[in-house]
Design a protein around this ligand. Structure first.
Ligand SMILES: [Zn+2]
Length: 209
């Protein structure tokens, strides 16, 4: 999967997308001015954020709104899976009961719907889970009430399911490609918010170590 980065050239400052692979953590680019520049991605550029870069690219550069929606939902779901593996592995190490990747995959598949998966994975990081964790944070509460008309604090998890994953399902299951730019932007913003919430949960869990 190709991930577009936006890093201006060191000498002429021209900015053209640099495509790296989803698994890459560095980049190198030869600019049309002849300069070759390179760099490393920070640890905070996780798989979810990389897929979100691709979602933004489809939204802004190609105008492929249904594809952008697919990538927005994938970004949030991939980050959720990454944290499921990360914290399950750490817990297994601490308790001395090793689990295989296969077992952890199986566990993820058992969640009957995305809203259950969101809550259960987030409980690995905070017993409050996704929705109640957000309600307990003044900043997150404010971000949602002031910036997200389509989301409600009292039904946040099911709103994520309905406003992000249902549109994705319409694209992938029904080939519904009627989504417009506003739909793509809304899904992108919800996914970006979702990654921020997951990042805060991850940070909180790390601080308890
Ligand atoms: Zn240049």
């Amino acid at each position: 999967m190709k991930i577009p980065l936006r890093v201006p050239c060191d000498s002429c400052k021209k900015e053209e997308p640099i495509f790296i692979d989803l698994s890459d953590s560095s980049f190198e680019r030869k600019c049309s001015c002849g300069d070759v520049y390179s760099g490393f991605l920070g640890n905070d550029v996780t798989v979810g954020y990389k897929i979100l870069f691709r979602s933004r690219y489809e939204l802004i550069e190609t105008g492929d709104y249904p594809l952008s929606i697919v990538f927005s939902a994938a970004a949030f779901e991939c980050e959720l899976s990454r944290l499921h593996f990360k914290w399950s592995d750490i817990t297994a190490l601490q308790t001395g009961k090793p689990v295989s990747d296969g077992d952890l995959e199986e566990l993820l598949r058992k969640y009957r719907s995305i809203d259950v998966k969101i809550e259960e994975v987030c409980k690995l990081m905070d017993p409050l889970g996704f929705q109640e964790f957000v309600k307990s944070s003044t900043e997150l509460r404010q971000t949602i009430t002031e910036g997200f008309q389509s989301l409600s604090l009292n039904s946040l998890t099911s709103d994520f399911q309905q406003k992000l994953f249902w549109p994705r399902n319409r694209v992938l299951h029904l080939a519904d490609t009627s989504f417009k730019k506003a739909d793509g932007v809304r899904c992108f913003n919800i996914a970006t918010l979702g990654l921020r919430i997951l990042e805060e949960l991850d940070k909180k869990k790390r601080n308890t170590f």
